[in-house]
Ligand binder design. Structure first.
Ligand SMILES: [Zn+2]
Length: 134
C-alpha cells in the first residue's frame, strides 16, 4: 500500500551474529527469509522486508550508538500481551539484554504493554501488544 514501509536496510558489525538474532526474532513474528547473499540477508512479512548487511571493515571503527543521530529503535507489533510475555521469556533465555526491567512491561506507559531489548549491535528493539488485547 502506498506510503507503508517498503524495506529497511541496516548495516551490522557481525552479520553471523545478527542473522542468528534477527532470524530467530523475525521468524517468531511471522517473517520468512526473503533474500540471501554472502554479505546480507533479508526477511519479509507482507509487503515489508528488513535487510541486514555486513558493514565494511573500514567503517567499523565508530560503533553504532542509538543516542547518536540516526536510528534509535525499531518497534514491531505483537499479536497479544501473551506473545509479548512469551518472547520476553525467550529473550531472557537467549541472554538478550532487556531494557527498562524495573518498569517492564509498562515502560512505555500504563496502557502500553511492551518489551524493549537490544539487538547484538545494541540497536533498541520494541515489541508492543495491541491495546486491550490480552
Ligand atoms: Zn517506540
Amino acid at each position: 500500500m502506498q506510503g507503508l514501509i517498503h524495506h529497511v536496510e541496516i548495516f551490522v558489525s557481525d552479520l553471523k551474529r545478527s542473522k542468528e538474532f534477527w532470524g530467530w526474532l523475525l521468524e517468531e513474528l511471522g517473517y520468512d527469509v526473503y533474500q540471501k547473499w554472502d554479505k546480507g540477508q533479508s526477511w519479509k512479512l507482507g509487503e515489508t522486508y528488513l535487510v541486514f548487511v555486513q558493514a565494511e571493515e573500514r567503517f567499523l571503527d565508530v560503533p553504532y550508538h542509538r543516542s547518536r543521530v540516526g536510528l534509535n529503535h525499531l518497534a514491531f507489533h505483537a499479536a497479544s500481551r501473551a506473545k509479548v510475555d512469551e518472547l520476553t521469556l525467550a529473550l531472557t533465555e537467549r541472554n538478550v539484554t532487556i531494557l527498562y526491567q524495573d518498569k517492564h512491561p509498562f515502560a512505555g506507559g500504563k496502557d502500553y504493554y511492551a518489551v524493549f531489548f537490544e539487538d547484538p549491535d545494541r540497536i533498541k528493539v520494541e515489541l508492543v501488544a495491541p491495546q486491550n488485547c490480552y
